[in-house]
Design a protein around this ligand. Structure first.
Ligand SMILES: Cc1cc2nc3c(=O)[nH]c(=O)nc-3n(C[C@H](O)[C@H](O)[C@H](O)COP(=O)(O)OP(=O)(O)OC[C@H]3O[C@@H](n4cnc5c(N)ncnc54)[C@H](O)[C@@H]3O)c2cc1C
Length: 378
């Protein structure tokens, strides 16, 4: 137990159980790549800003290209609204009087250096003061601690951790770790919104984590709620509904047998590049051709310059934020270091995308402002 850095006082015993862990940014990208390989057309930075109607029926979407500002229309046999915590906003494009079906719940995490929990085993605190579970989990060579369950009135793009949520996690986790973390130890703090299905009353911790599919009178399909752990089932259910609404041919669902992009039975790379699975040799090949690409982006981050090129060439990265927050989790692992890495990322991206010095400056500035929001005020 000593090796786990668990507070010994009052400790009578414990149990070990096993659970799965993953990197959500990498899984989201690998799923998108799998979709492309199966024939899907994916477009990022394209906002749905309205729905097209043919009489009473939804017949497509109005889109705005967030890079150029250009607007366009796309006709479709079926429109599926799978916009997470923003699903109600799209439902109201269909029917301005549609009652909200989601009750967003904020959860925050913060990240500590590995010294606070040096082993490979996570700690689960089974009952916090608000009756939830709290985790301290080794992740990417650091420790991620969370989470909270705070009902919020509306969805926002950049939710922020509340002071009371931060205090709550400090108090809870300090009871169980031998060394109490201080605010100055926190490498990054971040908040997310769970798209929970609304209940008439009660706390959000008791709301359904299951998904719900609704079909509006005009035929808009909305997939709401759900979890990462059930995404394949969510996809299967929603496509079955789409076949019905769009009078499409029924096809056998292959999701149970479908390996996703990058999957390999035995991980071959022993560095952090193993998160890329079978793509890791591709990144290694970039470094073999130009050894400078093997340099770190920042001394406190494990990410390499070659990864930035890979993200631009193969993973549709368009901004510095894409690379540091959504292709890697640098922003969440060490917000300050990631902001210091932004100029190097902007340089590499500008060369690759043919952008000028002004673009580079704007990208660095925008990223610095974003990263500020992930630092804990002293
Ligand atoms: C704190 C926290 C802890 C969690 N823990 C777990 C866990 O332990 N296990 C688990 O399985 N799940 C967990 N989840 C849940 C999981 O992360 C979410 O259920 C999941 O991210 C929701 O997926 P989604 O695809 O429905 O929505 P999102 O991931 O939010 O995706 C919706 C997408 O739609 C886009 N979008 C929105 N509006 C528009 C528009 N108008 N036009 C175009 N695009 C639009 C958004 O940009 C976004 O990319 C947790 C969530 C949180 C917040």
């Amino acid at each position: 137990m000593m090796g786990w850095h668990i507070e010994q006082e009052g400790l009578n015993g414990g149990i070990i159980y096993h659970d799965g862990q993953f990197d959500d940014s990498r899984l989201a990208i690998n799923l998108a790549q799998t979709a492309v390989e199966k024939g899907a057309v994916l477009v990022n930075y394209m906002r749905c800003c309205g729905l097209l109607k043919d009489g009473p029926h939804v017949s497509g979407v109005r889109l705005r290209d967030e890079e150029s500002g250009a607007e366009m229309q796309v006709q479709a046999k079926v429109v599926i609204n799978a916009t997470g915590v923003f699903a109600d906003a799209v439902r109201q494009m269909d029917d301005a009087a549609a009652k909200p079906m989601l009750s967003p719940s904020q959860g925050i995490h913060f990240v500590l250096p590995r010294e606070f929990l040096p082993g490979d085993t996570a700690i689960m605190i089974p009952k916090t003061d608000d009756g939830r579970v709290l985790f301290a989990v080794p992740w990417h060579g650091r420790v991620v601690v969370g989470t909270t369950d705070t009902p919020v009135a509306s969805a926002s793009l950049e939710p922020r951790a509340l002071a009371e949520e931060i205090d709550f996690i400090f108090t809870q986790v300090s009871r169980y770790l031998t060394r109490d973390p201080q605010r100055s130890d926190v490498l990054s703090v971040f908040a997310g919104l769970r798209p929970l299905i609304k209940a008439e009353a009660g706390s959000t911790a008791a709301l359904s984590r299951d998904h719900l599919i609704t079909i509006s009178d005009s035929g808009l399909i909305t997939l709401a709620g759900g979890k990462w752990t059930t995404y394949r089932k969510m996809a299967e259910d929603v496509i079955d509904h789409a076949e019905m609404i769009g009078a499409l041919d029924h096809r056998h669902c292959a999701t149970h047998e479908l390996p996703i992009h990058g999957s390999e039975t035995t991980p071959t790379d022993e560095t952090h590049l193993h998160y890329y699975g079978s793509d890791a040799p591709g990144i290694r090949a970039l470094i073999a051709a130009d050894p400078a690409l093997g340099e770190l982006l920042h001394p406190r981050l494990e990410f390499l310059k070659a990864e930035v090129l890979w993200h631009v060439r193969h993973e549709m990265a368009r901004t510095v934020e894409d690379v540091l927050a959504r292709r890697t989790r640098a922003l969440l692992l060490d917000a300050r270091a990631s902001a210091e890495a932004a100029p190097a990322v902007a340089r590499l991206m500008a060369q690759e995308l043919g952008k000028d010095a002004l673009w580079e400056q704007q990208q660095i500035q925008a990223y610095e402002i974003l990263a500020q929001g992930y630092l804990l005020p002293a």
